[in-house]
Design a protein. Structure first.
Length: 277
C-alpha cells in the first residue's frame, strides 16, 4: 500500500530550499495532477505508484537545484499564469515594477509599445492585458522564446500582442513606438551570483552582458531613438547597483526626464528617459 498524501509530504526532504514545504506541495500536486487545495481536503488519499515515482523524480531534480518553475513548466507573473521553459528566463516579481512604471508613463489612449528581449512574453502580455487599446510587439532573438511567447498569448487569449524573432531592432526597420520597455541581460560576466540559485539553470545569454553588465543597455540606448516617437519613453529593468550608470547613458544620448524607480525591496530597479526627438 502506498503512503497517504500527508505522509508523502511529511517525508519529503529539500534541505537546501528556503521554501521546502511549498516546493514539496507544488511538486506533489504537479505529479498527481491536482490543485493545492486537494492536499488539504484529502490528505488521507493515496497516490498510485506512478504518481509517487514522478514525485520522487521531481524532488530529486529540485534537490539538484533545478528551479521550481522549470519543473512545473509555469510561473505566475502580474495577473497571468505563464508557460516557461529553459530557453527563457523565469519571470520574477521585481520585473512587475517595470510593468507598473510603463502603465504610469505610457499613453492613455491607443499606442504602439515594444518589449525588447521578451522571453516568455511576460512584460508584453501584462501590458496588453491591462491596456486593450495598446498594441504590443515583443521581440527576441531566440526562436524558441518567440514560439513560447506566442503560445502564452494564445492560451491567455490576449489578442493585442504579437511576437517576432529579432536581434533587438534588426527586424523592426522603419518602425517607431510610443513606448519601449526592456528587461535585457544586465549581469557582469564575472558576477559570482551566476553560480548560485536558479540562475545556474537559466540561459546565460539572457543574463550576462559584458564586463560590467551594461553592454546590451548601451546598445539599446544608442539604437532606441530611431524607433521612438517624439515624447516616447525608454524604460529598463537593471541591477540594483546600476541605476546611476543607466541614467548617465540615457542623459548622454539626449534623453530627458531621466529618473529611476524602486522595487518592492527598496532597490532602484527601473530607469528610464523620455525622447523628445
Amino acid at each position: 500500500m502506498t503512503p497517504t498524501l500527508a505522509e508523502v509530504l511529511a517525508s519529503a526532504e529539500l534541505p537546501d530550499s528556503d521554501t521546502a514545504r511549498l516546493d514539496a506541495e507544488l511538486l506533489l500536486c504537479h505529479a498527481i495532477g491536482k490543485p493545492r487545495t486537494y492536499l488539504r481536503t484529502w490528505p488521507e488519499r493515496r497516490p498510485d505508484a506512478e504518481q509517487l515515482r514522478r514525485f520522487e523524480q521531481l524532488l530529486s531534480q529540485r534537490r539538484s537545484g533545478v528551479p521550481i518553475a522549470y519543473l512545473l513548466g509555469e510561473q505566475g507573473f502580474w495577473s497571468l499564469q505563464l508557460e516557461v521553459s529553459e530557453s527563457t528566463l523565469i519571470p520574477r516579481p521585481d520585473t512587475e515594477r517595470l510593468v507598473e512604471v510603463a502603465l504610469e508613463l505610457g499613453p492613455q489612449g491607443a499606442a504602439e509599445v515594444l518589449d525588447l528581449g521578451t522571453g516568455t512574453g511576460a512584460i508584453a502580455l501584462a501590458l496588453a492585458a491591462e491596456r486593450p487599446d495598446w498594441q504590443l510587439t515583443g521581440v527576441d532573438r531566440v526562436a524558441e522564446a518567440v514560439a513560447l511567447a506566442r503560445r502564452n498569448a494564445e492560451r491567455l487569449r490576449i489578442g493585442n500582442a504579437c511576437f517576432e524573432q529579432s536581434d533587438w531592432f534588426t527586424a523592426l526597420a522603419g518602425r517607431r513606438f510610443d513606448l519601449i520597455v526592456s528587461n535585457p541581460p544586465y549581469i557582469a560576466a564575472d558576477d559570482p551570483h551566476l553560480q548560485q540559485g536558479d540562475v545556474r539553470f537559466e540561459p546565460g545569454s539572457a543574463l550576462v552582458s559584458g564586463a560590467d553588465g551594461l553592454d546590451d543597455i548601451r546598445t539599446l540606448v544608442q539604437l532606441a531613438p530611431a524607433h521612438l516617437q517624439a515624447t516616447g519613453w525608454l524604460l529598463f529593468e537593471h541591477g540594483w547597483q546600476q541605476a546611476d550608470a543607466v541614467a548617465q547613458l540615457l542623459r548622454e544620448q539626449g534623453f530627458e526626464q531621466v529618473q529611476s524607480w524602486r522595487d518592492l525591496g527598496g532597490q532602484l530597479r527601473v530607469t528610464g528617459g523620455q525622447w523628445r526627438g
